[in-house]
Design a protein around this ligand. Structure first.
Ligand code: GLY
Length: 281
């Protein structure tokens, strides 16, 4: 009963620009089917790395290639990986000029020090063979120069449940755009990326709101304590309301239930269980 769900960020452009919407739907359907095939012969942890790598490589999404540019003109990316079985999380925060931040997080899984930030993360990546690679694309540069703020709140993520019932989650982001250099995204924190043996959750949206709502941690804890996935989402999202928190989440529980919810229109997501596919509309 392998299951997989991915998200490709969160921005309102998808509801108004039909060409972008169709391109994102097609990209997500291609990536979810490809990743599901991969999951047939790989475990959940290997699969979430594979899926997020494909999402990072697609410039439609704000992670890896196509990442947002910060207020000083540089791109700094964050990504994290969590294995729900071993409860090990690894990640990079504000890494620069690598093609696939999630793959650096993968290498960090083998370290004692598993979450590394800033220049330390970039140096670590170089030491482990990740070549210098600019993830800037002309469209992001043009938006930055036109000072188009907050047009693409986004992140990518994947939750997978494998045939052995193991859950893993991966999340990767180019951030908010125009942020203060050094700002921390939620994606490499337990608010934005968390899993255990009961459930895995990946977030997109405004990092500050996701951290304030401790969203992924709360959903996973509630499911662990006996809530259904839907009840855990409803309670946790209701707690974002007092501060109008902007977030979207995807999840899978140990029984194979797939769930997603957003607090504002429109989270960009797709899921597949081998028979039934669902894509955002
Ligand atoms: N969720 C991505 C960020 O706020 O940086």
């Amino acid at each position: 009963m392998s299951k997989i769900i991915i998200h490709g960020g969160f921005f309102s452009e998808s509801s108004t620009n039909i060409k972008t919407k169709i391109a994102k739907q097609n990209a997500l359907l291609r990536i979810i089917k490809d990743s599901y095939e991969y999951l047939r012969t790989h475990n959940a942890l290997q699969t979430v790395i594979y899926a997020v790598t494909l999402l990072e490589d697609d410039e439609l999404f704000n992670a890896g290639i196509g990442s947002q540019i910060q207020s000083d003109g540089k791109i700094r990316m964050s990504a994290a990986l969590m294995d729900g079985s071993s409860l090990k999380m690894s990640g990079v925060i504000n890494i620069e000029e690598v093609k696939n931040p999630i793959q650096v997080a993968e290498v960090l899984m083998n370290e004692e020090d598993r979450i590394v930030g800033g220049s330390g993360a970039t140096k670590y990546a170089r030491k482990h063979g990740f070549k210098q690679f600019s993830t800037e694309i002309p469209q992001r540069k043009a938006e930055f120069e036109a000072k188009l703020k907050a047009t693409r709140i986004g992140t990518v993520g994947c939750v997978a449940l494998d045939a052995e019932g193991k859950i893993a989650v991966a999340t990767s982001t180019g951030g908010k755009g125009f942020e203060i250099p050094g700002r921390i995204s939620d994606s490499a924190t337990v608010a934005g990326n968390y899993a255990n043996e009961f459930c895995g959750v990946s977030l997109t949206g405004v990092g500050e709101d996701i951290v304030s709502g401790a969203v992924a941690t709360k959903i996973v804890t509630r499911v662990t304590d006996g809530f259904s996935l839907q009840e855990a989402f409803e309670k946790t999202f209701s707690e974002l309301k007092p501060f109008d928190g902007f977030a979207g989440a995807i999840a899978i529980d140990k029984d194979g239930t797939i769930f997603h919810q957003d607090s504002h229109p429109t989270m960009v997501f797709a899921s597949f269980d081998g028979e039934k596919e669902e894509v955002f509309s």
